[in-house]
Design a binder for this molecule. Structure first.
Ligand code: NAD
Length: 269
């Protein structure tokens, strides 16, 4: 636990928190004093391992199962969270997946699955959180804001990605979901922001880093010349959820080692 925890007494829900970025975010928020819900859809044992790690660090966490694309499951998860922690102060909409294929072969099922989980899942969770933020209002002992939402987007909210049009469309959608919510909810003191990770070393992109050849090819896209780690995102999420970033809303913070700087133009064009 950090000696001066920034999120003391706050309650946070992190979707897809039994793997990769979500896991690191859950651990970082708990290290800053938040009570954390570790959401998962499959692999309960991995979710319990995250809960155990948080408890071993002196934090508080529970695991709750829900498919973020299913309205009834999302609502039941929020109710279970309120039973345990009373309310929600921070939502990190992290759950997501890829179903890649050449455009002409992309099935409607694969298009729909990615949109349902990556985009509609963020809408469903955000709507539940906002309902509770509005009902409860500001609790000055915990935060100057009535609530904070962090959407896990991607550099692919701005960088087109052939072979992954369903994924890039979901992230482009998240960008305007986030900005429109931020505009509507700022007067209610609810902050909504996105994190745009570049290449972070997790199971979602294993093929891009697991051989030296693949990693070297990937590094040509990253001016800072290293692959990102889930903890890079965890630290940023804890800061964006805290009052230290209170004047920031409606923004995507890219955490990408410069991937959005068009590195191909550094020696060409
Ligand atoms: P990951 O595969 O390790 O984690 C994804 C998590 O989402 C898993 O816990 C998975 O079980 C969960 N999930 C999938 N479908 C779900 C559902 N229906 N309901 C609830 N949970 C579900 O991958 P990751 O890299 O940690 O990805 C996390 C987020 O970060 C995703 O939104 C991804 O698009 C985004 N992202 C990752 C990278 C990267 O380089 N790793 C880059 C940009 C954006």
């Amino acid at each position: 636990m950090n000696p001066n925890p920034k999120l003391k007494g706050q309650s946070a829900l992190v979707t897809g928190a039994n793997s990769g970025i979500g896991k690191a975010v859950a651990i970082a928020l708990a290290n800053d004093g938040a009570n954390v819900v570790v959401n998962y859809v499959t692999h309960p044992e991995a979710a319990e391992a995250v809960v155990t790690e948080i408890k071993n660090n002196g934090g508080t966490a529970i695991a709750l199962q829900a498919d973020v694309s299913k309205e009834d499951q999302v609502q039941a998860m929020f109710q279970a969270m309120y039973k345990q922690f009373g309310t929600i102060d921070i939502l990190v909409n992290n759950a997501g997946l890829q179903k890649d294929s050449p455009f002409e072969n992309m099935s409607l099922a694969d298009w729909q699955l990615v949109i349902d989980i990556n985009l509609t899942g963020q809408f469903l969770c955000a709507r539940e959180a906002v309902r509770e933020f509005l009902r409860r209002g500001i609790v000055p002992e915990r935060s100057v804001a009535a609530g904070k939402i962090i959407c896990m987007s991607s550099v692919h909210e701005v960088i087109p990605w052939g072979g992954h049009v369903n994924y890039a469309s979901s992230k482009g959608g998240i960008m305007l979901l986030m900005k429109s919510m931020a505009q509507e909810l700022a007067p209610k003191k609810i902050r909504v922001n996105s994190i745009g990770p570049g290449a972070i070393q997790t199971p979602i992109n294993r093929a891009a880093w697991e051989t030296p050849e693949a990693l070297n090819k990937l590094l040509t896209l990253i001016p800072y010349n290293r692959i990102g780690q889930p903890e890079d995102i965890g630290k940023l999420a804890a800061w964006l959820a805290s009052d230290e970033s209170d004047y920031i809303t409606g923004t995507t913070v890219f955490c990408d080692g410069g991937m959005t700087l068009y590195p191909g133009f550094s020696t060409n064009g």
